[in-house]
Structure formats: structure tokens, C-alpha cells
Design a protein around this ligand. Sequence first.
Ligand code: ZN
Length: 315
Amino acid sequence: MFLSVGVRFEANVEALNMVETAGNYSKHRRVPYLVEEDGKLKTVYVPALSGESLAHAYQEHLVREALSLNLPVCDDCRRGEFYKSMNRVHLEKKVSPIPGEPAKIEEAIVKACVVEDVGGFLYAENPPVRRSSAFQVSYALPVKSMALFATSEPQLHARHAQMDSSGKKGNASEQMIYYVEIGTALYGFTFNLDLDAIGVSAITSKPILDENEIKARREAAMKALFRMLSSAQFGAKLSRFFPVGGIKEVAVAVTEHPFVVTSPIYDDYILKTERRLKVLKDFGEDYLFTVATEDKVPEEALKEAVDYLKQKGAL
Ligand SMILES: [Zn+2]
């Protein structure tokens, strides 16, 4: 089974993805973006969140959900340091001795860590072993029709240090000013999850784990997405720049084979996705499509997807 989710969220004054600091100035990530204005295409620069940033957050949630289901997570991943068995040093911490064959190496890593099973890894030694991530996530970009209103703007902040009784300032300067570039936009991103890839070898296509453990890991993968969206715990600087706004829309498709919802950056993405799915049905493929717009909340739509997967025997 394959899950694809389109998410639209409004974030006013966010600093979710900062890319560099020059002196006392932190810059928000910005990307070139094609928009149409007066019948002509032009490029504008808009605030954005990288797929890496969203994937990191998802994997942090996956750690927690996996542990709560008593599933294995390696020490590196538990700390949110996703080295993913990238070399001998990191692999030896969980697998020793290291097997010689790529399929055996993959098997050992998948057994030892849910995050590397679901999120993939690259063991860059001899022999190299690569496992693709079962989940995919796009950049979060401003919705097309509103991209021209998306903006990033520096905000001035000041940190004050107290003077001591002698009037000397000690090491800290009395006042330090700094700027944080904040973004404001209605963002859209896509998240896909290939449930059939979890617990299955990418090399031999054969299951590595028994069916119950595979189902439990799929459940952890679903719960991690649920938690990430429900808690809005993704991106940086949440402690002082927690975005003002929230999820406006979610469109969830569950299909037998890979299918990706039309990107939520387009205003007609729900309608288009529906039409595309209907054609799939004509070819005999069953699906679930549910949206949270006005009368449904995102959690309800995701719960429907979980229930559908259970009904299909995938969870
Ligand atoms: Zn791990």
C-alpha cells in the first residue's frame, strides 16, 4: 500500500528553516519560484522549508513512536543524530562483526533500527550498501496563487546584559542587537510513504522481518506523520518563533500501488487528485481519498487512512 499526503499550512512569522548567519543576521531559506503575472512567467524569491528539514523532524517523531511500540532504534538515531550506519565506525556500534555480503549488511541494519529501515541509509564502505528511504518529502513552498504575498522580513531583537556594581560590563556587552529573518506564507508540501518497502530488503525484495513486526513498524511510520502534523513540531526556532497559524488543509490518498497527490501548491489540487484517482479505479485499483478542509480536521482524515490500512490488512 502507498500513502500520499498533501498539506497546506499557514505560518505567520516563522523561522522554521534558517540557512546562514552573517554577523548578527540570520537568513531564512529562500528559493527561486516561477509565478505567472499578467500572462507572463517570472521568477520571484520566496521563503521555503527544505525537504531535509521536514525529513529530520519526521524521523525524530519516528524514533519516539517506534520506542513507544517497543521497536528497535539504534543509539545514534535515538539521539536524533541520523548518521545512518554511514561508515564502519557507526555500523559497528550496532552490528558486530560486520557481514561481508551487502544483503546481509542491509538485513542486520534493518533489524537493528526502524529509522534506517523506514528512512533508508548509505553505508559508504566496501562493499557499499544503499537503501532508499520508504518515505519522501518535498520542500514546503508558498501556494502558487499567493506566492507574490509570501514574504520574508528581518526582525530586530535585543539581548541585554546587566552591568555590575562597578559599572563595568564584564565580558558581555551591555546590549547586543540581532536580526532574525522571518517568513510569512501559506505553504504546501507533499509527503509519501511506501508501506510495502518497510521491513523488506531493497536488494532481494524479500521480507527481512516477520509480518507482525512489519505491521508494527508501518504503524510507527503512520503515527510519526500523525504526530508531526498534529503537534506542528517541525522546523527550527520553535522556542521563540513558533509559527502563528496552523494546518489549513490536508488531502490523503491511500492506494494499492504508488500514487502521489497533485501538489498542494495548486489551488485545484484536491479536484485534480480526485479525477486522477477515478481513472485508477477504472483500471480496477481500490483507493481511499479523504480531505480535511472545512468540516474535517487533519487528525480525522489521517485516522481514516489508518483505519483503511487496517481494514486492508496492512496494519
Ligand atoms: Zn539508526
